[in-house]
Design a protein around this ligand. Sequence first.
Ligand code: HEC
Length: 152
Amino acid sequence: MIEEMQAAYAKSGGPVSNSYQGWTRYSKVAYVSGTHGNRLVQNYGNAKAKAYGKFENAGRMPVGAILAKDSFQVTGAGKVSVGPLFVMEKMSAGWNKASDDWKYSMVLPTGAIMGVTKGTNSKAMKFCYECHISVAEDQDSLLFLPEENRQN
Ligand code: HEC
């Protein structure tokens, strides 16, 4: 499954798609995320996002911190297919107040970019931060993951 996801996202040619699997993984196993299409997901962070491992005590992320969440789904017939790659990148202060200076993006399994905040199809990414922004003040818009699935 890992190879399939890698191959699918790599088609986008984006730097995150090609490198995130070498980053720190903060989920022990894939878990079901009801807020990301009920898919099985895992969370990864780049070196700048290392405070993510402190979870609710992480504080605010530095510019350049990137979090990625890959996904797959299992159909009723037991068929496994790759889902989208969800990405959040912390930009400089004042870059986009509405998204708490996070750049949200989503890469489809075809490698196509579904949207990027302030870029391609930016509007399609609004729903991401409409949800994440609920914890902008206390947790820098990060929602972490169920405790039993965490590792750091
Ligand atoms: C309805 C709420 C909701 C929406 C909409 C949503 N998310 Fe999330 N997101 C969450 C929750 C809750 C978590 C943590 C738990 C989990 O994985 O289910 C999370 C976790 C994440 C993470 C890991 C970093 C973190 O916050 O811990 C990334 C990256 C992410 N989401 C990206 C996106 C992107 C990109 C979109 C839009 C395409 C999006 N999310 C839409 C609720 C949401």
